[in-house]
Write a new protein. Structure first.
Length: 65
């Protein structure tokens, strides 16, 4: 896996979560959407729990805390 061990910023995570949501709503399975985004399903669920309803500005504030 090319992204193994890669760290993502909060902004990148929110972008990836939105990308996966779009792919899922267009009929892709969650597994396939995660694979296309280059992350594991485990990362998706973990990130969604933390960043799920946040906008980019809110994520920046969360990061500062």
């Amino acid at each position: 896996m090319s992204n193994s061990g890669k760290r993502y910023t909060a902004e990148q995570i929110i972008h990836i979560l939105r990308e996966i949501d779009v792919l899922s709503s267009n009929g892709h399975s969650l597994q396939m959407a995660c694979k296309q985004a280059g992350i594991s399903e485990q990362s998706y669920y973990r990130w969604r729990k933390i960043y799920g309803g946040l906008r980019v500005e809110q994520a920046k504030k969360l990061k500062e805390i």
